[in-house]
Design a protein around this ligand. Structure first.
Ligand code: IMP
Length: 202
């Protein structure tokens, strides 16, 4: 039996990445715009508060269980910026190219290019769920100036992975899921969900 689940995002890249893993587990994932759900505000300074707010908003408006993520790239030399502000680092309207250009400009004077992607996932069974299931993941790399690769989204063409000798945008979707902050968070979330279910049934 499939379980319908609303993803509190309209980002096609995320829908694709989550859909691959959750589809195999029997979840039927729907983007929130299929139900006419507008994007929730993300005003908070922590990833987890933003994700929880988005999950509750989507669950409230659809009546379905909801999954939300909040993620970003955190650059060590910039004190963790752009962090929770990654999607709009270069202002409105949101632009991956403008965000990457600003990040590279901000980092130009710094020798340390180390960075990491962070992702937190929040699953709520319903809008007022008092026990949201929360998992996170971290993926370390370096920011490079020259864009490489055609896959992924956001900062991926500039996110260099020394151990793989590629940028995140040079990885196939499957390879990216294997390594990424989002893939790690999702596997941790699935393990928690399975555990929760077992505990409930025994
Ligand atoms: P969110 O939609 O509020 O979670 O914003 C996340 C932002 O962080 C995205 O718009 C991207 O700019 C950046 N980001 C998060 N994950 C990734 C990734 O896997 N690749 C590239 N950029 C990412």
């Amino acid at each position: 039996m499939t379980q319908r689940l609303v993803l509190a995002s309209n980002n096609a890249g995320k829908l694709r990445e989550f859909g691959q893993i959750l589809g195999a587990l029997g979840f039927e994932l729907h983007a929130q715009d299929e139900f006419g759900v507008p994007e929730a505000e993300e005003p908070f300074a922590t990833f987890v508060e933003n994700a929880l707010t988005k999950a509750r908003h989507a669950a409230r408006l659809t009546g379905l269980p909801a999954l939300a993520d909040d993620s970003g790239v955190c650059v060590d030399a910039l004190g963790g910026a752009p962090g929770v502000w990654s999607a709009r680092y270069a202002g409105e309207p949101k632009s991956d190219a403008a965000n990457s250009a600003r990040l590279i400009a901000d980092l130009a004077a710094h020798a340390d290019k180390s960075a990491y992607y962070y992702c937190v996932l929040v699953y709520v069974r319903h809008a007022d769920d008092p026990q949201p299931v929360i998992a996170d993941g971290v993926w370390a790399g370096e920011i490079i100036e020259a864009a490489r690769g055609e896959h992924g989204f956001g900062y991926d063409p500039h996110f260099w992975l020394p151990a793989l000798g590629k940028t995140a945008a040079e990885l196939s979707p499957l390879e990216k899921n294997t390594h990424s902050h989002r893939g790690q968070a999702l596997r941790a979330l699935v393990a928690k969900l399975e555990n929760t279910l077992k505990t409930t049934l025994t």
